[in-house]
Design a protein around this ligand. Sequence first.
Ligand code: MAN
Ligand code: CA
Length: 185
Amino acid sequence: MQLQMFCILMLGALVVTTDPDQCRCKDKVNTCVIHDGVPGVNGLPGRDGWPGPKGEKGEPAIALKGVVNKVGNKIFTMNGKEIDFKTTVQTCQHYGGSIATPMNEEENEAIVDILTLKNRYAYLGLKAGSVPGKFHYLDGSAVNYTKWYKNEPNGGGAEKCMEMYTDGTWNDKTCNQHRLIVCEF
Ligand code: MAN
Ligand code: CA
């Protein structure tokens, strides 16, 4: 029993002799056979990594579901829904655009194309200020293109929004009607 001894090598690894005799003298130590242990079980999964970089901006959702009309570097869209002026502004912003605002005849006609498809009117991006009948863009800047219908604007301060008729002419109008949502991007 005494012969069945365990040998400790310099490195401290556990060494077992197959033949107990081999371990009796120190110069026979080198003949000891090292038995590998049984492999350990796998560790637990690691933790989640950091969030990845933000993806690229997608297509405006409204454009995917509606009509798109391109003019110059502007795109006008319409999804067929009708709502009041304030909600139209919010809806277009929600999709990353703004309420359609014609800055010239070409853009005005591009919006007419859209209104004609539905035969409906639309609120556009002009608003009356404190001076009755004096309209400005929504960022407050001065309007430099207009297409008022004959005798419009006539609201005298009561009609603070602008709607476009299907022929492309403009009318000042109360802001709480339901009009076709037309956005620009
Ligand atoms: C209604 C409203 C007005 C518009 C007149 C035109 O009263 O839409 O804004 O000026 O019609 O007749
Ligand atoms: Ca009017």
